[in-house]
Ligand binder design. Sequence first.
Ligand SMILES: Cc1cc2nc3c(=O)[nH]c(=O)nc-3n(C[C@H](O)[C@H](O)[C@H](O)COP(=O)(O)OP(=O)(O)OC[C@H]3O[C@@H](n4cnc5c(N)ncnc54)[C@H](O)[C@@H]3O)c2cc1C
Length: 416
Amino acid sequence: MPMPNQSPSYDIIIIGGSMVGSALACALGGSRLRVAVLEASEPAAVVGRGDYDLRVSAITRASQRIFEAVGAWDAMTALRASPFRHMHVWDAGGSGVIHFDSAEVGEPTLGHIIENRVVQESLLARARTFDNVTVLRPSAMDVFTVHSEGVTVRLQDGTELGARLLVGADGARSSVRAQAGIEVRGWAYDQTAVVATVRTERSHQETAWQRFLPTGPLAFLPLGDGSCSIVWSTAPEQAEMLLGLGEDEFLRRLGEAFDFTLGEVTATGPRAAFPLRLRHASHYVQPRLALIGDAAHTIHPLAGQGVNLGLLDAATLAEVLLDAVARGRDVGDVAVLRRYERWRKGDNLAMMTAMDGFKRLFGTGVTPVRLLRNAGLRLVNGAGPLKRVFIRQAMGLGGDLPRLARVDAAWKDAVR
Ligand SMILES: Cc1cc2nc3c(=O)[nH]c(=O)nc-3n(C[C@H](O)[C@H](O)[C@H](O)COP(=O)(O)OP(=O)(O)OC[C@H]3O[C@@H](n4cnc5c(N)ncnc54)[C@H](O)[C@@H]3O)c2cc1C
């Protein structure tokens, strides 16, 4: 059915205003494009005060650059963002250790641990400052239909909106992806991540710690008030057991699993669990439609890369769309969108494959494999140039970065 004979209300409608969707809205802020971002949830009541939220992310330097370039970084650090300067990774089944120090690559930090809601609320607040961006919240998409000239989106309250391009930033269970009939490949990792905010006897030393146990990795991520956010990936039945334990017993088991590296674990906040799955959409784009962030891919949290990959998707898609506008092209044209897909799909797949390999490599107790992986860790730790490559990868600075993630953000003005 052709689009009704009227110009669409927007050029781009983004479904999902969490970290990735709101980053895209900001990256398109100040351009000629009329953008709407729809977020189903209510705003968080308290942000950046009181107890740390359970959901935090390790934000790479590349993502920091994106936040700086779109003008949202200062708001995040004003709320709260915890820098980490070291990363210490070791194998419970051997002597292999790897230690990264930001000074080795001449950078002040390796990244920051930030609550997801601090990232989201800072980005949405920034998005609202642009005349060409409308934030609709709470507002949820019900269904959409694609026409030759555009897309019509029906909201759950019955309102209809039109656009030239629909972007699905609606997370791992994306209804945009499902309604578009885009297949997802992947599998359950057979692990569940238990998360909590804990206190330890000794200081975390601004270090992101990760111990690989045969059942899965256990991370202690440093927070600004001296506490740590833990991500304990383990077998689903063990995760269930850990959630059900009394506080003292949970603290004892956690301390033991972490080999008392920071002394005793002395206190914990509430615990929650997230089943882990690898998912990869078979396509990121269709005529008048693109997927970004978890809607396109989900990955094991062991290297803290999930949202960082999503932010690179957002920055790349913004670059491709702004380039298209500068050339007078239709932003919903699949030929335009394919440039975004080609650019990001390979990089995302490479990271997903590497993380999957790590998970399997550290999940085996077979002696030759265990010896080899320990030798590998020692080798990387001892080899300066190779180690610097790894550090830069962990900081998100490897690969073909979009302009927003490079130092120079002046390009935005150049294309407008
Ligand atoms: C335990 C754990 C630890 C992790 N740690 C890290 C880490 O350290 N570093 C890292 O990079 N990544 C990490 N991740 C991954 C990271 O959390 C995700 O990649 C990230 O949250 C995805 O963001 P997103 O914006 O793509 O999707 P989501 O955060 O899932 O957001 C989707 C949004 O869409 C909205 N929405 C959905 N449907 C609709 C609709 N119909 N209409 C309107 N709105 C809609 C939702 O309300 C939601 O706000 C971790 C994940 C887990 C499980």
